[in-house]
Design a protein. Sequence first.
Length: 233
Amino acid sequence: MKSSKKYFAEGLGTFALVLFGCGAATIASVSQSGPEGIGLLGIALAFGLSVVVMAYTIGPISGCHINPAISIAMLAAGKLSGKDTLGYVISQCIGAVAAAGLLYVLATGSAGFVMPEWGLGSNGWGTGYLGEYDMKSAFIAEFVFTFLFLMVIFGTTAKNASPMMAGLAIGISLALVHMVVIPITGTSVNPARSLGPALFAGGMAMQQLWLFIVAPVAGGLCAALARKIFLED
């Protein structure tokens, strides 16, 4: 498989993840007019189901990482080359930024639109953000739930696992993660997913972006180490 095809697939997959997931949070979760908002459960399912459909769409091409934390963890586990890791991460970030840009264009079509703090589904914490959890809770949540998410990925993509079920299991696990973590940080577990909206929202979203890079990557690396030490491949 040509690297360019894999990188394009990762960019497309991440574009879809951010467009569906952050789009659900930005557009479909409001209820000022029209249908009632889809709420926390709907947003969680939007993220999870987008991974499911992309897993079966681009999985045979690139493995459907669509998340720098996954690609870096796969590098640490010896399942991805350094060259491809760099290509994947760059492509994922480009896809996420493109999707956030499209969401921004769509959002500005609403009468009286003003970019709110942490707009476009940006991740964050603290006063004024959802449940107003502190930085410690935000970091622990992002670290632990990324760790668990990666353990599911390593387990369902192992040699003795059922490849047909991997995409479904991974998507369901991501939805479960969102059901718990949305009130704390809006749920990242994915640096690219956080980067895209933060670039357009600016303000606190950009100031707090570092946590949504460091914690998920650290959680993914610990999962790679735990998998290697405690579980058979």
